[in-house]
Design a protein around this ligand. Structure first.
Ligand code: FE2
Ligand code: FE2
Length: 239
């Protein structure tokens, strides 16, 4: 449904550069988290797979950055990048929600599986709308191949680590992602509502006070005024 919007967002070369650079950061950060997961797991097979996975994510970061640099060489960016539509074109994995330390192998695998699945479906859309830019399309194609492998190996390993309860872990991870998405949405909405309320207060509540202050100022006599003798005693207290 959003394919025409995606096509429009990716059609602008400046926006494309900004997005590729942001995706590069997301991939590299994700790689760092998975490297940490390789350090903390006690399962030798998982450690090896996580290491390969982390190397893939770092490579994705480099691929995105190189492509952005190549685009920049052809046409330097405007100083003001304008509308970015980041919420419509999120980066790959959503691994920023990941808390590696303290997660069990099964929870980690369930989380990774869903994240990689989300990345694969997003990158499929981005690749499909990139007909006008074959080199960028090739980058998405190459990365998509890895993301599909990540999505599959995490599910296979989850079934190996938790043969009986792997579906429950997946559902739990789904609910957790849903809850975090709701929190992000609620925080965004709260920010918008807060700005709207403050703007309304500024234009509705402030004018009467400004008007009263102006009226009070008109009533004040200008310059020095005599004080009545009763109020002219020497000061013996602060107020
Ligand atoms: Fe990736
Ligand atoms: Fe991945």
């Amino acid at each position: 449904m959003l394919v025409p919007v995606q096509r429009w967002i990716w059609s602008d070369s400046d926006r494309r550069v900004q997005k590729l650079l942001r995706f590069s950061e997301t991939e590299t950060d994700g790689g760092r988290d998975i490297l940490r997961a390789a350090e903390v797991t006690s399962d030798p097979l998982l450690r090896r797979l996580y290491l390969e996975h982390a190397i893939d994510e770092f490579r994705h970061g480099v691929l995105f950055r190189h492509r952005a640099a190549a685009l920049l060489k052809v046409s330097p960016c405007r100083s003001n990048p304008g509308f970015q539509g980041d919420w419509l074109t999120p980066g790959g994995h959503g691994l920023d929600d990941l808390q590696v330390d303290g997660e069990s192998d099964s929870d980690m695998l369930a989380f990774l599986h869903l994240s990689e699945k989300a990345a694969a479906s997003r990158f499929t859309v981005y690749r499909d709308v990139m007909q006008h830019d074959p080199p960028t399309r090739a980058v998405f194609e190459e990365i998509l191949h890895d993301e599909t492998f990540h999505m599959n190996y995490t599910l296979t390993q989850l079934a190996r680590v938790e043969p009986k309860r792997h579906r429950r872990h997946l559902w739990w991870a789904r609910l957790s992602r849903l809850w975090k998405a709701y929190l992000r949405l609620a925080t965004g909405l709260a920010g918008i509502l807060g700005s709207m309320l403050l703007t309304i207060q500024y234009f509705v509540l402030l004018p009467p006070f400004a008007w009263l202050a102006k009226r009070g100022a008109h009533r004040e006599r200008s310059g020095w005024t005599m004080v009545s003798p009763g109020h002219n005693d020497s000061l013996d207290r602060q107020y």
